[in-house]
Structures are given as C-alpha cells and as structure tokens.
Design a binder for this molecule. Structure first.
Ligand SMILES: [Zn+2]
Length: 391
C-alpha cells in the first residue's frame, strides 16, 4: 500500500522523498539519541523541505515532548555561542543584541515568548529591556515556577495560543516554528495575538548552514531563507528583515503585523508567490545529505581507535546514537557542560582531555576551522569533516 505523502505546509499531495535519509539515524531537539525512522521530503509545489507529518512523526514527537529536558547537558544552562577566539555568550542574548542593533525597540511594551521553555529568551530580554512586561507560553507546566521567577515576567501560559489574552507589542519564537505542522496557520494565530504594528521575531535553524538540522526527529520544517520568508508572508506579515548567520547556523526574521487597512491588502495576497520557493536550490539538499552520510562513514572509520567528538549538542549526540560505545568521550569548551558525564561518556574541557587523543570536529567547515586550531593548541589531534560550503 502506498502511504500518502501530503505537504503539511501547502497540502500538495506528491512529496519527493529522499530515500537515503532513512540510513542516517535521528536525534531529538533536546539532544537525546532517538530510535525509529522518519521520512524526509521536499514539496515540489511550495519548495519546503520537511519531515513527512504522518503517524510515525506524531508518535515520535509525543514521546520526545513528554520527557523534554532542554539543556540537560549543562544542568539547564542555556547553550553558548562562540566567537572565533572561543569567547562564549548566551545564544538568546547574542540574538537580541543583534536584533536591537537593527531595530531599536521602545523602552516599554508587552512581549509574548512562544515556546519559552525555561525562559532563556525572557531572561535575556528582561536584562536588555527591563521595563517591558513579559509573558511566556509553552506546551506544558514543567517550567512555570522557573519562568515566573524571572524579573519582568508577569504571566506564564500553558494553553493554546488562542487562549492567551491579546494584544502584545512583540511576539518572539525561538526554535519553535520548525516543530509546528502547518506553519502558516500557526503564524496567523500569532498575528491575532499582536497589536497592529506589533513585531514578530522568529529564529529557526538554517539547514543550508547546518545540515544536522535534518536529523532532528521533531523538526518537521527545514527552512532556508526563501521558504521561511514565504510562510511568514503567506500568514499576512510584512517582512522587516531576514538574516542568515546573525547567530551562526540560524535564520533570524523580524516581521510586522500590518496596520488594519494595509492588512486587508496583504490578506488578498497570501497565495504562494509563483516561482519563488521553487528557485530553492535542490542541490543544497543533496549536498547536506551527502555530507552527513560522509561524516558518518568517517566517524565509523575513525572509531576503530579511541575517539572523542567535539560538542555535546545535536551533532555530538547524533553521532553517539550511531557509534554507541565506539565513541569514548566528548570535548566541550562550555564550562557548564565539562566535568559531567553524558549518557555514560565523560565530557572534558579541551585542556583536560587525554593528551594527543583524536577528536572528530563534527561541525560545518566554516565553524570547524577555528575549533580545529584551538584543539590543536590544547594538544589534541582534531580531525575536521569533509568540506561543507555553508550558505
Ligand atoms: Zn508544499
């Protein structure tokens, strides 16, 4: 029996399935190994690269979200982003500073953070704009007390978006939209929670910069600039700015809810723009899949000798899931992560790893080069992956 292959974004039936994806294995977005097989496909109509949203996908997501534990590798501390010289900065703070550089916000207002997790964005936002009134929304109540303890937070919601009282001056959504089937419908609900002129801030992974996005089991949309711009436009927003790499490996988009008279005009124009996403470069998808397959071959080859892997996030845990005991240890520059064990493997700072040990730097080339240099300086034997061109 042929299973239906319907696009969760535009409803087109007849997705192009990438068979080679099923050999790659999966990882969860909260960085745990993930069993099972899902299907990766591209829609020839709207251009979106996606997981097939079928029963397997829904069942997998239910399992993942029931025990979701963001940043467990660092005891709940937010992931750091690193400059070329290895200086760390909380990822949400780096993002907000970049956004505020391009788009100064007023000193007061109300912000709703959708998919707030344990409140990392709200905490950074509250530091940069202390007079704003902050709300967090998430799927469940797990982090309610933690979020409510953040200065400036006046409410936490664990309900459907429709039930959150309107109207906000800004709505942020970090690493959320890629989890949501039918992103246009979801974005329209977001718009209903915004005042006219209110701002939407979206950040999603950019698979053209970071192929590991594809093996994250609970991501059903894998965006590139053209497809992200298109879903936000079809929801009726005016795009203000769309940036690749403001935070490395991410797409950052700022959009505005139009004023009522302009909104009527925008609403008339929500059909897919002819040709736009179809220009998306399918070669990039093939490149990303081939690069992941080659990295896996390289790792299986290297782990005949004792092998460590650099990083304890998506790439490192995905490799652990594929290599099992072939992987001996992790190396991480984040002091919140080093010194712990992760799924039974020690996590070392570069200076504390066994001298001379071989470490696979499982990162796209444009990031791996600086890491390789730093690990070499720390007396390790780092191995970069095959070249990946990046965006
Ligand atoms: Zn489609």
């Amino acid at each position: 029996m042929t299973r239906p292959t319907t696009c969760h974004n535009c409803g087109h039936n007849g997705l192009e399935i990438y068979q080679q994806f099923e050999k790659l294995g999966l990882v969860t977005s909260d960085c745990r190994p993930c069993r099972g097989t899902l299907r990766l496909a591209r829609c020839p109509e709207c251009g979106l690269l996606q997981k097939l949203v079928d029963q397997d996908f829904s069942d997998t997501c239910t399992l993942i979200y029931d025990q979701y534990d963001a940043y467990h590798q660092a005891g709940g501390q937010e992931q750091q982003t690193y400059s070329d010289d290895g200086q760390g900065c909380a990822r949400s703070r780096k993002l907000l500073e970049g956004v505020l550089d391009h788009f100064p916000l007023p000193d007061t207002g109300r912000l709703l953070d959708v998919g707030c997790g344990n409140g990392v964005l709200l905490r950074s936002f509250g530091t940069l704009r202390p007079s704003w009134r902050l709300h967090g929304l998430d799927l469940n109540d797990h982090a309610r007390e933690q979020v409510l303890s953040i200065p400036g937070v006046e409410a936490f919601h664990a309900c459907d978006l429709d039930a959150v009282p309107a109207a906000f001056d800004a709505l942020s959504m970090l690493h959320c939209l890629e989890h949501v089937p039918d992103p246009v419908a979801f974005l329209r609900k977001c718009m209903d929670r915004l005042a006219a002129g209110g701002l939407l801030l979206v950040q999603v992974p950019d698979f053209t910069a970071n192929p590991f996005d594809l093996v994250i089991a609970d991501h059903c949309s894998h965006f590139e600039p053209a497809t992200l711009r298109e879903v936000v436009r079809r929801a009726g927003f005016e795009i203000v700015v769309l940036r690749q790499g403001l935070v490395p490996k991410e797409l950052t988009l700022l959009a505005r809810r139009p004023a009522p008279e302009a909104q009527a005009a925008v609403a008339m124009d929500t059909a897919p723009a002819p040709g736009l996403p179809k220009r998306a470069d399918t070669a990039r998808i093939a490149d990303a899949l081939a690069w992941l397959a080659a990295l896996l071959d390289q790792a299986r080859d290297l782990c005949r000798e004792p092998l460590g892997v650099f990083g304890t996030s998506i790439a490192g845990i995905w490799l652990l899931g594929q290599l099992g005991d072939g992987l001996r240890f992790f190396v991480d520059e984040d002091v919140n992560r080093a010194g712990r064990t992760l799924f039974g493997k020690p996590v070392h700072l570069p200076a504390d790893a066994p001298a001379g040990s071989r470490v696979l730097v499982a990162l796209p080339s444009f990031i791996a080069e600086n890491v390789v240099r730093r690990l070499r300086e720390a007396g390790l034997d780092p191995t970069p992956p095959r070249h990946f061109p990046g965006p």
